[in-house]
Design a binder for this molecule. Structure first.
Ligand code: MG
Ligand code: ZN
Length: 360
């Protein structure tokens, strides 16, 4: 009799412990409803370090506690370009430098943005380059070469992406085929905006705002608060959807400062990108069902900090290259599911982690 009681008691204990551990697991694997992926093109650790000292340690990026490191090589080169790098984030595959949303066999691969669209979520792209540039393009277009801007623009115009903010108007309205893609998009229910103010004051979600023929101006040439404001507007609009959203925001020109070996160019662009990061962090604080990931596709310029003055916010640097380099790149994650981004992994794992957290 005592044996039976003991047995049933231990069974009860076991079932309790099973119950407790499954509860523990369910809080561990809480799913993000929304994912914000912010890519500082060419923003390696040295770029962040130089900006940290110049800004006297005032960086929003410092608020992010979950940090990992990743490898970024492409399928054909140790040093990636932005197309292969962004395709790894977008599709979870290694592909050749120059590939836009296609694999080594030039076959289209479904992107994270397209998976979100399939599940009745809404999506957006924000960049300070042309919206057809390699980084934003790889989330929504499928082309063999990054230089195919007009074909990429057609892919964007035909896509389900809800909100598009950046430069690159000429690829939509001054095309060899004479097609006006903005008019085509209007007929599909998109509204077209020529200022962020008008976009902000509108109620429409399906919107395109291409505010420069080519890339948007440099921050030093008067771009103002375009990127932080575009990020804020995008978050406002996309968060009206109850199924969740995916937003990609790119600080495109940090990379161009690196290619130019221009310390002031890259730091001013990174400071601007960090303001947009601050907007995204505030959004996650108010909407904790959101996951924010901040990373880069690669380092650019092989920048090294050789001296400076901490109190004065002065930084001395030298550049080892005019091109990209193969250094490990940090991944910063904040909000729901962010603990999954600690450790050492590959750029394709960024896609795999996002996909698993949202859809599995
Ligand atoms: Mg880019
Ligand atoms: Zn580059």
């Amino acid at each position: 009799m005592i044996k039976i009681i003991l047995l049933s008691f231990s069974t009860l204990l076991m079932s309790c412990s099973v119950k407790f551990s499954s509860e523990k697991n369910s809080t561990k694997t809480q799913k993000p409803q929304n994912i914000i992926l912010m890519i500082g093109d060419g923003m390696g650790l040295s770029q962040v370090s130089a900006t940290y000292y110049q800004q006297k340690s005032n960086l929003n990026l410092k608020k992010i506690k979950n940090i990992g490191l990743m490898t970024t090589h492409s399928s054909d080169k140790l040093v990636t370009d932005s197309a292969a790098g962004a395709t790894s984030f977008a599709c979870g595959i290694k592909t050749y430098n120059g590939a836009i949303g296609v694999d080594d066999n030039k076959k289209s691969v479904k992107t994270i943005l397209e998976y979100f669209e399939d599940k009745n979520c809404v999506t957006g792209l924000v960049a300070t380059s042309t919206i057809t540039h390699a980084t934003p393009a790889s989330f929504v277009a499928h082309q063999n070469k990054r230089s195919m801007h007009e074909e990429i623009a057609s892919d964007i115009a035909n896509s389900e992406t809800d909100l598009i903010i950046g430069g690159g108007l000429k690829y939509f309205t001054e095309r060899k085929d004479k097609v006006n893609l903005l008019e085509k998009m209007n007929s599909r229910g998109f509204q077209n905006f020529t200022s962020l103010e008008d976009l902000q004051n509108s109620n429409s979600l399906k919107s395109i705002a291409l505010l420069a023929k080519d890339a948007t101006p440099r921050i030093s040439e008067g771009r103002g608060d375009f990127l932080p404001l575009a990020t804020e507007i995008a978050l406002d609009k996309l968060s009206t959807n109850k199924n969740g959203f995916f937003l990609m925001v790119e600080g495109s020109q940090i990379d161009w400062g690196g290619h130019d070996n221009d310390q002031n160019y890259l730091i001013s662009e990174l400071v601007d990108f960090d303001k947009a990061i601050g907007i995204a962090i505030d959004f996650v604080d108010k909407n904790p069902e959101t996951l924010l990931i901040v990373t880069a596709d690669h380092e650019t310029g092989g920048i090294a900090i050789t001296g400076g003055n901490v109190e004065e916010g002065k930084v001395e640097t030298i550049f080892a290259s005019k091109h990209h380099t193969g250094a490990l790149i940090p991944v910063y994650a904040y909000g729901r599911g962010s603990e999954n981004f600690r450790g050492f992994y590959d750029n394709t794992d960024v896609f795999k982690k996002m996909y698993k957290l949202k859809f599995e």
